[in-house]
Design a protein around this ligand. Structure first.
Ligand code: RB5
Length: 145
């Protein structure tokens, strides 16, 4: 696994999974920054998405994980930040290929959509997967930028 530094955030709709994912990160000694939210009180997902995105863009983290009810709001918001390639994943194949082909630097999950164990598998696979690079994929990712 590459040297990982993960910025993680959720709104109230993803709070429970955020805590579970943090347990996973701790158990594997993966450094992380928890940008919140820190309670179950309703909050605005675009603020959290921006904070995680800025951590990744500034280099304070090299991967981001965002969780909300569906993962959709988080992915829309994070992808507004230049240089962010946020992938909303509900299956392990997409998680792996979002890294291999798209060099996704942010993973988005929907707590109200997928089960807890699937979410943790997705995180595990996504964090371990590398970008294939090569002329095809690197060129296409470059076109996005
Ligand atoms: C909050 O109720 C919900 O809208 C939010 O977590 C997310 O699903 C937005 O995309």
């Amino acid at each position: 696994m590459e040297d990982l530094r993960v910025a993680i955030g959720s709104d109230h709709g993803g709070f429970y999974y955020k805590e579970k994912i943090i347990e996973y990160l701790k158990s594997r000694n993966i450094p992380y920054i928890d940008v919140g939210t820190h309670t179950r009180e309703a909050c605005d997902y675009p603020v959290i998405a921006r904070d995680v995105a800025e951590m990744v863009i500034s280099g304070r983290a090299n991967r981001g994980i965002l969780i909300c009810g569906t993962g959709i709001g988080m992915s829309i918001a994070a992808n507004k930040v230049h240089g962010i390639r946020a992938a909303l994943c509900g299956d392990t194949y997409s998680a792996r290929v979002s890294r291999a082909h798209n060099n996704a630097n942010v993973l988005c999950l929907g707590e109200r959509v997928i089960g807890e164990h699937l979410a943790l598998d997705i995180v595990d696979i996504w964090l371990k997967a590398g970008f294939e690079g090569g002329t095809r994929h690197a060129r296409r990712v470059g076109m996005i930028e």
